[in-house]
Design a protein around this ligand. Structure first.
Ligand code: CP
Length: 313
């Protein structure tokens, strides 16, 4: 396949062939991080700018490490110590970073659609690292990669996404990615934590947590995003944990080969008990490892550099 897009903005716009192309490329890059010298010259001379206007540990650090392992130059904008605090506009800030002749910008912002708007104003490749409650495409790609690696397939699997779906860009990107690759997606949450017009999404809905966890091949838990709630959406955390939390007593209901996934950060004791998050069903840290390979693949693909991936040295 010849990659034709300048940007990675969301999975809704990608077709299955493009998604599989990224997953296959990530397979080639994963091995680099197992070598004694974890660096290749593939993106030497390219420059990546990380612009994170919201907090991040996994996404920001893995993009930074991905750029460094591919020998690209990397610059980071820290909004709180930038001229934004002196009143410079976001657009002026971006235009000034563009003036450094960077090749790619990785952007996280609380406004849904900000990376899309920006992509129309610049020739630099834009990578969406999470925009509001809209999409988080690289998270879903690393999740798809992890599922495919563990289960050897995605089509036909039953994937339950459980928790705060209303505020979740991760849920949206995963719904597009999973269904495009043939999985069945079931959303399980209190009705107040489901998005408006959920019936327009290609998913089933269930409020019966114990039934869902018995049947699913993958249980994908989401954090309650208290920081995005404008009003209380359920009576209490204690009630939420009772109805939708996975504790060790409920583990016996799961299929033997069920995977427990979470994009992080985990609220231990709420969506998952600590011993579940750290237990044998959990692939949470493998998701993080795979996130590095996915982000190396994205930087490589969008850079326009053409190398035989079988010979990445
Ligand atoms: N999953 C995820 O996006 O984590 P961070 O917010 O730490 O980047």
């Amino acid at each position: 396949m010849i990659w034709k897009r300048k940007n990675l903005l969301g999975l809704e716009e990608l077709d299955p062939e493009e998604i599989n192309f990224i997953l296959d490329a990530a397979g080639s890059f994963k091995e680099i991080s197992t070598r004694p010298i974890k660096k290749v010259p593939t993106l030497r001379g390219k420059t990546v700018a990380n612009l994170f206007f919201e907090p991040s540990t996994r996404t920001r650090m893995s993009f930074e490490l991905a750029a460094k392992r591919l020998s690209a130059d990397l610059i980071n904008l820290s909004p709180s110590s930038s001229s934004l605090v002196k009143g410079e506009t976001l657009l002026d800030t971006v235009r000034n970073i563009e003036a450094f002749k960077v090749d790619m910008m990785v952007i996280r912002h609380s406004s849904s659609g900000f990376p899309y708007s920006l992509s129309n104003l610049t020739d630099v490749s834009i990578i969406n690292a999470g925009d509001g409650a809209h999409e988080h495409p690289t998270q879903a790609l690393l999740d798809l990669y992890t599922i495919r690696e563990k289960k050897r397939k995605i089509a036909g699997l039953k994937v339950a996404i459980i928790g705060d779906i209303l505020h979740s860009r991760v849920a949206r990107s995963n719904i597009w990615g999973l269904t495009k690759l043939g999985a069945e997606v079931i959303l399980c949450a209190p009705p107040t934590l489901l998005p408006r017009e959920v019936e327009k999404l290609p998913v089933k809905i269930s409020y019966d947590f114990e039934k869902v966890i018995k049947e699913a091949d993958i249980l994908y838990f989401l954090r309650i995003q208290k920081e995005r709630e404008k009003r209380s959406l359920f009576p209490s955390i204690r009630e939420y944990v009772r109805l939708f939390g996975l504790n060790r007593f409920r583990l016996e209901l799961l299929k033997k080969d069920c995977l427990i996934m979470h994009p992080g950060p985990v609220n231990r004791g709420i969506e998952l008990d600590a011993e579940v998050a750290d237990g044998p069903w959990s692939v949470i840290l493998e998701q993080v490892t795979n996130g590095l390979a996915i982000r190396m693949a994205i930087l490589y693909i969008l850079s326009g550099v053409r190398t035989n991936l079988k010979k990445v040295r």
